[in-house]
Design a binder for this molecule. Structure first.
Ligand code: AMP
Length: 212
């Protein structure tokens, strides 16, 4: 099962990706997490992408494709993978197809823009492993500390309100077109992201034809 999670920033891709990864026993590949890790390590890649990420702009397609092309060939992807936050442009989707990476299903989490801003205000992300939390919808067991790895959780720099608006614009301008692209391939499944985490997860599993 090679699947893609599409959706606006804050639609719940990270949270659903973590759940699906456990349920389907395949890794989640989040380009956002990989790039944040590169920035935290101070690597060349991190320096190269910092400004784009801070501004809520897209990192160039060639940078993303070089990360992804390498990652999907790792042994842990042999039974499948979940792409979270990639592809984000038509060029990335076409490059994935051109590389012969077979995509079985594309799930788009649908949430109205008006709901995104309030969701993002409560979002927290682990500075160690990248796990997603929300102060109301998915709080950490111990305040401020990741349940999975014990590292501190923090507000993402690009979750500030002005940057969220920019990221939503970028989503509508560059990423939403992918729904048409995958619909034409018969792979698109639209899922309501404006419901509880459990209900959205149940709907995704049903759309994937997995028993719940
Ligand atoms: P995310 O964690 O998926 O919300 O991504 C955070 C930021 O990383 C985005 O706003 C972009 O700057 C960058 N980014 C992540 N994935 C991609 C991608 N597939 N294409 C371009 N930029 C990306």
């Amino acid at each position: 099962m090679n699947m893609i999670l599409l959706g606006a920033p804050g639609a719940g891709k990270g949270t659903q990706g973590e759940l699906l990864s456990k349920q389907l026993q395949i890794p989640t590949i989040s380009t956002g997490n990989m790039l944040r890790e590169a920035m935290a390590n101070g690597s060349d890649l991190g320096k190269q992408v910092k400004q784009y990420m801070d501004e809520g702009a897209l990192v160039p397609d060639d940078v993303i494709m070089s990360i992804i092309a390498e990652r999907v060939t790792q042994p842990d992807c042999k039974n499948g993978f979940i792409l979270d936050g990639v592809p984000r442009t038509l060029a990335q989707a076409q490059a994935i197809d051109a590389k012969g990476v077979a995509i079985d299903c594309v799930v788009s989490l649908e949430v109205e823009d008006e709901k995104i801003a309030s969701r993002m205000a409560g979002r927290r992300v682990c500075t160690g492993c990248g796990a997603s939390y929300h102060i109301v919808n998915k709080p950490t067991k111990t305040e401020g500390v990741c349940d999975l790895c014990g590292a501190p959780v923090a507000i993402r720099k690009d979750d500030q309100p002005e940057t969220v608006l920019r990221r939503l614009e970028v989503y509508h301008a560059s990423t939403e077109v992918l729904k048409d692209y995958y619909k034409a391939q018969g792979k698109l499944r639209l899922i309501c992201g404006d419901q509880s985490i459990e209900d959205a997860n149940r709907d995704i599993l049903r759309a994937l034809g997995k028993t719940v």
